[in-house]
Structures are given as structure tokens and as C-alpha cells.
Design a protein around this ligand. Structure first.
Ligand SMILES: [Zn+2]
Length: 285
């Protein structure tokens, strides 16, 4: 007897308004780059009106910035796009002064770069990863840059909660426009972020069965500081879990969390979309 594969609903089938946002993407990942315009079209058709893309290395920024903008411009209806630029903890191993100068130059001169990120600490891997003695100073240096240039910050923190809080507190960043990306904590962790005045972005992993504590924590986040993200091509939400993730799939995270919050999906979609526009200075005139 052959087992029938389960039918997965398409993101367009949720019929959400063109008002949502994917606040964290890696569109230039090798798995996504070949179908950039198709991906952007599906995002628009699913209601994603803004995509925030992370540029983490100068070489990729130089190679792909225009490519991404051209792909969007080629479509009749495309999401707005803005960028975040920084050195990910994984990339600091290779980074030198030239990389730094390129980063500073881009952040100062590119009007589409709206924040510095994703930056932080990542203690998840022990071997073959950037050592802590490199991660810490690069993180701090970028925090100081964000302060100097008055730029919002996007945080990447993995297995490093307390140390990241400590460093951000030492840099006097309470109340700073700061978005905690890929939030995967419980109610207490959410409170620690929220009490400092920061924003929280929740991704596909929040829809996984085992992550009920994350869905619980989302209830502790003020609605005007909640953002949705994919972190694509990673962490596709249920019912696309395990597949390549892309911005259109943000709608399933919205759907899951809206049920949790007792809201209409379209309402949460509009609210989080507006939050992301506001945070990254991408409001429509
Ligand atoms: Zn990311």
C-alpha cells in the first residue's frame, strides 16, 4: 500500500492582505538565489509587502545587492526590500580590517541599510566555529558602531542569553531600537527582552510542536513590538517544516501565533507588518 503524501496548503491560500512583513531573510543563500524573482512574486501573492534582508559579508553585499533589487523591480507587484548589514558571529573568523571598513562604509552610505545586524554571540557549536575571543570584540565593536551612527540593531543570540544581555546592558542599550531575532525563549526570557524596551521577532520554529513555551512567551510580548520572520532558507514553519523556507511561508507563522493569541490572522499580519515597517523606517507615505 502506498502512503499518500500529505497535501500542504500554499501560502497564497490563506488570502492575507498585502500588509505583512518578513523581518529576517537570507535571500542570497545559494538555495534561494536561482529563483529570486519567483520567490519575491510568491511572497507578494501571499501578502508579504516588506522583506528585510541580511547582508553579512561584503563580498555578498557587493555581488547581490543590485541583483535583489533588480529582481523586485522586474515584477509588477513585489514586496518592498530593505537591508541589514553586519558581521554574523559565524563570519568574524574570516573578518579583518578591510571587511570592517567596507561594513562601515556601506552602513554610512547605503540608504537601504536600515540597521546593523545580525550581530551577537553564538555558543551553539563548539568546534570549527568562531572562537569566543573573536566573537566578543567584534560584537562589541559593532554595538559601538550602531550607537555612533544611531542605527537600530538586530541581535543573533544562540545559547548566549545572559552574556548578550550583559554586553548590551554594559553598552547602555536599554531602550535602543533593538530587534531580538529568532526568539526561542520562554516567558521569563521574553520579559527580559521586553523590560529593556526591545522588540522580538518570532520565526517558523515557534510553530513546532515542542515549542509550546515559545508560543506561550509570545503572549508576554507587547503587540506593538512583535515581528514575524522566516530566517529563510532555514526553519520553515509547519506545515512546510523541513522544506526550504522562503518569505511567503511567514503567513503560516502568523496563522499559528494568531490562534495562540486569539486573534484573526489578518489582524496579526497587519500589526506585525506595520511594526516591521516602523522599526526599519520603511513606512509608506
Ligand atoms: Zn539570520
Amino acid at each position: 500500500m502506498s502512503k499518500k503524501k500529505p497535501e500542504r496548503p500554499l501560502p497564497q491560500s490563506l488570502g492575507l492582505p498585502f500588509a505583512g512583513a518578513d523581518s529576517h531573510t537570507h535571500l542570497d543563500h545559494e538555495g534561494l538565489l536561482p529563483d529570486l524573482s519567483g520567490m519575491l512574486q510568491r511572497a507578494a501573492e501571499s501578502g508579504v509587502s516588506l522583506i528585510v534582508h541580511m547582508f553579512l559579508q561584503h563580498s555578498r553585499y557587493a555581488a547581490n545587492r543590485q541583483l535583489i533589487l533588480d529582481a523586485a523591480a522586474s515584477l509588477e507587484n513585489a514586496p518592498d526590500i530593505c537591508f541589514v548589514r553586519g558581521l554574523h558571529p559565524e563570519d568574524v573568523l574570516e573578518a579583518g580590517e578591510e571587511e570592517w571598513e567596507n561594513l562601515v562604509h556601506a552602513v554610512k552610505n547605503d540608504p537601504l541599510i536600515r540597521a546593523i545586524g545580525e550581530i551577537g554571540l553564538d555558543w551553539h557549536y563548539e568546534e570549527g566555529y568562531s572562537p569566543s575571543e573573536l566573537q566578543r570584540p567584534w560584537f562589541r565593536r559593532q554595538l559601538k558602531l550602531a550607537k555612533e551612527l544611531e542605527k537600530p540593531i538586530v541581535i543573533h543570540s544562540r545559547d548566549a542569553w545572559d552574556e548578550v544581555f550583559q554586553m548590551l546592558d554594559e553598552e547602555g542599550l536599554r531602550g535602543w531600537p533593538l530587534l531580538w531575532h529568532c526568539f526561542g525563549g520562554d516567558v521569563e526570557r521574553a520579559s527580559q527582552v521586553v523590560e529593556r524596551g526591545w522588540h522580538v521577532a518570532v520565526g517558523g520554529a515557534s510553530t513546532f510542536k515542542a515549542n509550546g513555551f515559545v508560543r506561550e512567551a509570545v503572549k508576554a510580548i507587547p503587540l506593538d513590538r512583535l515581528h514575524l520572520e522566516t530566517d529563510c532558507p532555514y526553519l520553515a514553519p509547519v506545515p512546510w517544516r523541513g522544506k526550504t523556507c522562503e518569505p511567503s511561508l511567514t503567513v503560516f507563522t502568523a496563522d499559528c501565533l494568531a490562534k495562540e493569541l486569539g486573534m484573526e490572522t489578518a489582524e496579526l499580519w497587519r500589526i506585525t507588518g506595520a511594526n516591521t515597517r516602523r522599526f526599519f523606517g520603511m513606512e509608506k507615505n
